[in-house]
Design a protein around this ligand. Structure first.
Ligand SMILES: Nc1ncnc2c1ncn2[C@@H]1O[C@H](COP(=O)(O)OP(=O)(O)O)[C@@H](O)[C@H]1O
Ligand SMILES: O=C(OP(=O)(O)O)[C@H](O)COP(=O)(O)O
Length: 389
């Protein structure tokens, strides 16, 4: 990868792709790890005499502007961290307003664009959008490790039209994760949970031969439990992937570990009625929102003595305290390995969860990318990394 070393930005406008896809509640940032993680790159570019145009996505808008996915609320948080004004331009990054604002930038100025996924062309890696984004700046820096697995306009497409380099975060992440791909020490345990089932279930197949054990939790568990013929009620499931999950269980049943019990709820709410039930007997109309106490214990046991651990995806809906116990128990078990193991936790929500549990300082590497880390670990070349060659 081309890096920031010897990358001259003096007097230049630099378009920086960051990943500010942070957890929000009522528009308020719940965890600013992804924002603070970008600061060394931003500061280095500013110290080098650049003006910055920052672009990011937030969530998964359906196409066009949606207020709940605006980056507006990020600007004051970033301003606080950078200690200098951050100008925010609402609306489409390809608008005339943005082009005008970019044209007027002076060294030291910082401009934050609104959600790049409001652009129809972003996820299609559309040539016209690539050109419009490139026209805003003199150079491009990719620092959005969490999005580096997306071959999107603002990640890889725009790079072809501008001198480009990987930011410090992207570089640091790739280095830290390479420790997991180059001779990871055994026992190597991977834990996968969360809600992005259709994305991440595909990664499991390539990852399984490389690890000693894989512990499944979160919303990911129910597609596997259904594949085994279990009752999952209204739990999150990816019906298209049930056959695939069955195939994985047939081939890797010895490594793939599923929860034996779950916390079921009668509604998706903090004050729901709850009961602990066998994971394959979720009552009709109920949904599994956390792993149960027996699974917590079994997973803590499975992690004992591990030398390498990677974890992406919370074990339950940890944002609600009624369903946070499983995530906290696994966080404690991973953190408890201390210096004796190389432990990595990745993903926007997983990092928020480990921060909330107060154990983040006992983990070897906190990664800003969940899906991106998983794809690196399964041996794929990330489009963002490739574009920084
Ligand atoms: N059993 C479950 N049912 C529904 N959602 C779940 C369940 N377990 C975890 N989640 C949700 O998964 C989300 C995080 O998933 P994901 O985006 O894949 O993780 P990360 O951001 O760490 O990569 C959290 O918001 C959490 O509430
Ligand atoms: O939060 C992200 O990924 P993650 O949940 O796998 O860590 C990234 O911002 C990528 O978002 P996307 O999965 O909507 O492309």
């Amino acid at each position: 990868m081309q890096t920031l070393e010897n990358f001259d930005v003096q007097g230049k406008k630099v378009l920086v792709r960051v990943d500010y896809n942070v957890p929000l509640k009522g528009g308020v940032v719940q965890d600013d790890t992804r924002i603070t993680a970008s600061l060394p790159t931003l500061q280095k570019l500013l110290d080098g005499g650049a003006a910055l145009i920052l672009t990011s996505h937030l969530g998964r808008p359906k196409g066009g502007y949606e207020e709940q996915f605006s980056l507006k609320g990020i600007a004051p948080v970033l301003e606080g961290h950078l200690g200098r004004p951050v100008r925010f331009v609402e609306g489409l990054p390809s608008s005339n307003e943005v082009a005008q604002a970019a044209a007027g930038l002076k060294a030291g100025d910082v401009l934050l664009l609104d959600n790049v996924r409001f652009e129809e062309g972003e996820e299609k890696n559309d040539q016209a959008l690539n050109g419009k984004l490139a026209a805003l700046a003199d150079a491009f820096v990719l620092d959005a490790f969490g999005s580096a697995h997306r071959a999107h306009s603002s990640v890889s497409g725009v790079a072809a039209g501008l001198p480009h380099a990987a930011g410090l975060l992207l570089q640091r992440e790739v280095d830290a994760l390479n420790r997991l791909t180059e001779n990871p020490q055994s026992p190597y345990v991977v834990i996968i949970g969360g809600a992005k089932v259709s994305d991440k279930i595909k990664v499991i197949e390539n990852l399984l031969p490389k690890v000693d054990k894989m512990l499944i939790g979160g919303g990911m568990m129910f597609t596997f439990i259904k594949a085994r013929g279990g009752q999952i009620g209204k739990s999150l499931v990816e019906d298209d992937q049930v056959d695939y999950a069955r195939g994985l269980l047939d081939r890797y049943g010895d490594k793939l570990t599923l929860p034996t019990d779950a916390v079921a709820a009668d509604q998706f709410a903090e004050d729901a009625q709850t009961q602990v039930v066998p994971a394959d007997q979720i009552p009709d109309g109920w949904m599994g929102l956390d792993i149960g106490p027996d699974t917590q214990q079994a997973y803590a046991e499975a992690l004992k003595g591990a030398k390498t651990v990677f974890w992406n995806g919370p074990m339950g809906v940890f944002e609600m305290s009624a369903f946070a116990a499983g995530t906290n128990a696994v966080a404690a078990a991973v953190a408890g390995l201390g210096e004796g193991a190389y432990t990595v936790i990745g993903g926007g929500d997983s990092v928020s969860a480990i921060n909330k549990s107060g154990q983040a300082d006992k983990v070897s590497h906190i990664s800003t990318g969940g899906g991106a880390s998983l794809e690196l670990l399964e041996g794929k070349e990330l489009p963002g990394v490739k574009a920084m060659a």
